[in-house]
Design a protein around this ligand. Structure first.
Ligand code: ADP
Length: 158
């Protein structure tokens, strides 16, 4: 059983994340989407909301959504996973991702980080930009799964 962890804030999940999950699932028997509980960032959506949106949006088999507290490498070891998936959009992602990957290797050398590139049309997509557009009254339905568009509309009461 080859298992990978795909960690992130998913505040909220976007079509870019879904694209990465689908690609990862082709490489691994199981992908655990790990939603960060203790996020440094102030999330728009509470943990339960982020988990629920992911669970509604992910329809493929072999993908599990779970909350993650503490260190990623410890979560990965507890899940018996040897790979961490991260999405790479542009050069701007690289520096931070490179630092994290090497730090995680230092913390646990058995865990490899694998970078996956999304479909080109998702390379400019981020949770932050989706929230900004929604807050300004824009239509985000092309960028996020339907349950997310609905949750954003509800939260922002439009
Ligand atoms: P974080 O809070 O760790 O930045 P995010 O929830 O924003 O995490 O994203 C988790 C992972 O998904 C990161 O590796 C990020 O680079 C990647 N990601 C985010 N948006 C996209 C996208 N549009 N295409 C590909 N990867 C993405």
């Amino acid at each position: 059983m080859r298992r990978a962890i795909y960690p992130g804030s998913f505040d909220p999940v976007t079509n870019g994340h879904i694209d990465v999950i689908e690609r990862a699932r082709k490489l691994f028997d199981e992908v655990v989407v790990a939603v960060a509980v203790n996020d440094q960032k102030q999330p728009m959506f509470a943990l339960d909301e982020r988990l629920a949106m992911l669970r509604k949006a992910i329809t493929i088999e072999g993908v599990r959504v779970a909350p993650m507290t503490g260190l990623l490498v410890e979560f990965a070891a507890a899940e018996n996973a040897h790979a961490v998936i991260r999405g790479l959009r542009a050069i701007s992602d690289f520096e931070f991702e490179f630092q994290m990957a090497l730090m995680n290797r230092k913390l646990d050398e058995k865990i490899e980080t694998i970078f996956l590139m999304p479909k080109e049309e998702y390379t400019y997509l981020s949770s932050r930009i989706v929230k900004e557009i929604a807050q300004l009254g824009g239509n985000v339905s092309a960028f996020v799964p339907r349950p997310v568009a609905e949750a954003l509309a509800k939260k922002l009461k439009r």
